[in-house]
Design a protein. Structure first.
Ligand SMILES: C[S@@+](CC[C@H](N)C(=O)[O-])C[C@H]1O[C@@H](n2cnc3c(N)ncnc32)[C@H](O)[C@@H]1O
Length: 317
């Protein structure tokens, strides 16, 4: 009897202790879980808001997603715009001092074009169905080969096995480009290389004769030769006559050279502005002969351009 009562007492003690332990464990579990949920509280409304809007909205999910992405992009854009001036100044310094402008090739030929700007040019060529490009400053001909590659694609009709005519006229005081261009036998026949200074009588006569014979519809001009303001200004004065159609472009390359830290082009201004580079030539041209006939199209400055305020669009005859 005594043993029986002793065993009962022991069992009761164990049962009470287990229940207390269980309840304590439960409380600790609830506490940890609540802490975990609380730590994610700040993220919950964003995700919930998006999923609720996706679930409840009458517009399609893809439209809604696009809207959300657009909103996010707008916020980022406005933040960047605030510091865009400083960003460009620093980036140009980096671009120049690290010789980043000289590190690319096209078809194995040294290519002195910023990749962002090159794609924007390709877009203009295709969108405007450009049939004539005039380039000053050929260097080794990589840009001319790039233009020709793009133009070949949209001027050629494989079904009819026919090519609508197109041409790239490019010139340089250095004749070395010829040997690089001639290596590309598919594209070379479309590139007319003139080994002369851009506004010399010989270059002007050849350009004039070619344009007269060809009678192009849409023209794109890239001024990438001598980058001193006076030379660029003289090119603008002469070559503007070939950009006849409204919306066609004349691109003044490398306006970044007109920066206060760039010793080569700064400190001896001939026109308005602190330097004597391409930007001063653009400013002067736009104040005078270009005024009302061209406008600076800043919409062409995609992401990072080395031709800030250099994309001149024809706006009137
Ligand atoms: C920046 S590079 C051209 C780069 C080339 N467009 C490319 O994308 O690879 C400048 C070139 O302009 C040439 N140049 C300098 N003065 C010139 C002039 N008055 N007429 C034509 N070319 C000139 C130089 O010989 C040099 O090859």
């Amino acid at each position: 009897m005594l043993i029986q009562r002793l065993l009962l007492h022991i069992f009761q003690h164990i049962a009470i202790k287990s229940t207390i332990n269980f309840l304590l464990g439960l409380l600790v579990g609830i506490f940890i879980a609540s802490q975990h949920l609380f730590s994610h509280k700040s993220l919950a409304p964003v995700g919930k808001d998006i999923t609720d809007r996706l679930a409840n909205n009458s517009t399609s999910k893809s439209e809604e997603s696009t809207q959300i992405i657009t909103n996010v992009a707008e916020v980022k854009l406005s933040l960047n715009q605030k510091n865009i001036g400083e960003f460009y100044e620093e980036y140009y310094k980096f671009y120049e001092q690290n010789h980043a402008w000289a590190l690319k090739s096209f078809l194995g030929v040294h290519f002195l074009q910023n990749p962002n700007d090159a794609i924007t040019i390709a877009e203009i060529l295709y969108n405007q169905d450009v049939d004539l490009v005039i380039e000053t400053g050929t260097y080794r001909g990589a840009a001319a080969l790039f233009f020709a590659s793009i133009m070949y694609q949209y001027r050629y009709d494989a079904k009819k096995n026919s090519m609508r005519p197109f041409k790239i006229i490019t010139m340089d005081i250095n004749p070395e480009a010829r040997k690089y261009i001639e290596n590309f036998t598919l594209l070379a026949p479309y590139i007319l290389f003139i080994p002369e200074s851009s506004v010399s009588p010989a270059a002007r006569a050849t350009v004039n004769k070619t344009v007269f014979e060809m009678k192009p519809n849409n023209v794109f001009i890239s001024l990438d030769g001598d980058h001193y303001a006076e030379a660029v200004y003289n090119e603008l004065l002469y070559y503007q006559q070939y950009v006849v159609n409204i919306s066609n472009y004349m691109l003044v390359q490398d306006t970044r050279l007109s920066r206060k830290w760039h010793t080569l082009y700064c400190g001896q201004s001939k026109y308005d502005g602190p330097c004597n580079g391409p930007q001063e030539a653009v400013n002067w041209f736009m104040k005078n002969e270009g005024h009302g006939r061209f406008e600076i199209d800043r919409a062409k400055e995609y992401l990072f351009t080395t031709h800030q305020k250099g994309w001149l669009k024809r706006i009137s005859k």
